[in-house]
Design a protein around this ligand. Structure first.
Ligand SMILES: Nc1ncnc2c1ncn2[C@@H]1O[C@H](COP(=O)(O)OP(=O)(O)OP(=O)(O)O)[C@@H](O)[C@H]1O
Ligand code: SF4
Ligand SMILES: [Mg+2]
Length: 366
């Protein structure tokens, strides 16, 4: 999606989180090697991620492919269980047992609307089903389905209700998927790359629909994306992930205007900017690390032009840098706490560390 002017943030109201994930971690066991050499290895997909979703707010999770965004969303949706950490709904710990109540409060929308809608069923069936399962129908079913279609701006509803998924455009299919999620009247919507498979021309309409759900229906929305420009457009807050960890978090305008972490600066430098005529030039190469054996210290250090000796050994703490803005980077920690007499960046001497690479435009795909 092309970069566009940020939407005005929703009206500021003191609000407590509807859904919170605290210190969530998840490993996956994967097979490595072939034949008799096959062994199981632990892949550290997400480590120590905390995130909170508030009513009437969109929180974006941004990062490269493989940074753990979907895993966080799936843990919040309780599709997968975290290995450690806690979920809280309205401040109350969520029990590990599956519950219909949780599903009626927290719904997820997936990246591929074609895959998430059964091709043999019409729109009516897709929307009727959750209404019935969650006993949401206190009126004529067609009226309830039509209302759902109106909420996602598929009007007149009569034009869509009897269609099969293949008879709809990608954008319309994603709207049906969102309507299906809305059928149970959730308060939290987890949208995992909801526009990335859609034609550029319809993406903005979908983002505006999410903004409407936030503003009109006061929903708490998680927007997962690799596109920081769309996050700035839609979200009130942006959380940046790198290699399974949160590395920066702030109100979206503050984060995009004053990025504190070198990785966020990389994402922004690679994002399209309508005010910039030339394509951004990013020298060198660099890719996210393997999560089977992530780098020691700061996981970004092999790519960071500011890496210091301490970065290779010790993971930086998440530091409050004011105005509700946090960043996990040693550059934000004062010298005394860092335990070194002065900042000596290796950027000035690229030969100093053979691992050091500069940013690449190709590193932001997702
Ligand atoms: N079920 C699984 N089994 C094994 N590894 C997994 C599984 N799910 C995710 N992973 C791995 O965990 C890491 C994080 O994956 P995740 O899908 O959360 O990333 P992502 O940020 O959503 O990436 P993308 O932008 O490509 O969707 C990746 O290395 C991925 O290969
Ligand atoms: S902690 Fe060090 S390596 Fe990591 S982003 Fe900050 S300066 Fe770069
Ligand atoms: Mg994903």
């Amino acid at each position: 999606m092309s970069a566009v002017t940020a939407m005005p943030p929703a009206e500021t109201v003191a609000t407590r989180p509807v859904l919170e994930g605290r210190d969530l971690s998840k490993r996956f066991w994967v097979r490595r090697g072939r034949g008799p050499m096959t062994r199981k290895a632990s892949l550290r997909a997400v480590e120590g991620v905390s995130i909170s979703l508030e009513a009437g707010r969109v929180t974006a999770v941004v990062g490269e492919s493989g940074s753990g965004k979907t895993t966080v969303a799936r843990m919040l949706a309780r599709i997968i269980a975290p290995d450690s950490g806690q979920l809280l709904l309205d401040g109350e710990p969520v029990s590990r047992r599956r519950s219909k109540r949780y599903a009626s409060q927290v719904q997820m929308v997936f990246q591929d609307p074609f895959a998430s809608l059964n091709p043999v069923h019409r729109v009516r069936y897709h929307l009727m089903r959750p209404l019935r399962i969650h006993h949401m129908v206190d009126q004529d079913i067609d009226t309830a389905v039509a209302e759902l279609l109106q909420r996602v701006a598929l009007t007149p509803a009569g034009q869509f209700i009897d269609k099969f998924p293949h008879e709809l455009s990608g954008g319309q299919r994603q709207r049906v998927a969102i309507a299906r999620a809305l059928a149970v009247r959730p308060r939290v919507l987890l949208a995992d790359e909801p526009v990335s498979m859609l034609d550029v021309s319809v993406r903005l309409g979908l983002l505006n629909l999410l903004a409407d759900l936030r503003d009109r229906e006061h929903m708490a929305i998680l927007y997962v994306t690799h596109d920081i420009a769309s996050a700035r457009y839609l979200a009130d807050r942006i959380v940046v992930m790198y290699a399974g960890q949160v590395i920066e978090s702030a109100p979206s305008v503050s984060l995009t205007d004053h990025p504190a972490h070198p990785y966020t600066q990389l994402l922004l430098s690679a994002a399209p900017d309508p005010d910039r005529v030339a394509r951004p030039k990013l020298a060198g190469s660099g890719a996210p690390p393997s999560l089977l054996a992530p780098p020691s210290g700061c996981r970004f250090h092999p790519r960071c032009p500011h890496a210091m000796e301490i970065c290779t050994r010790v993971a930086p703490p998440s530091v409050d840098i004011g105005s509700d803005h946090t960043a996990a980077c040693w550059l934000q920690v004062d010298d005394a706490r860092r335990g070194v007499p002065e900042i000596e960046t290796q950027a000035s001497d690229p030969q100093a560390d053979g691992n050091l690479t500069k940013f690449s435009a190709g590193g932001t795909g997702g």
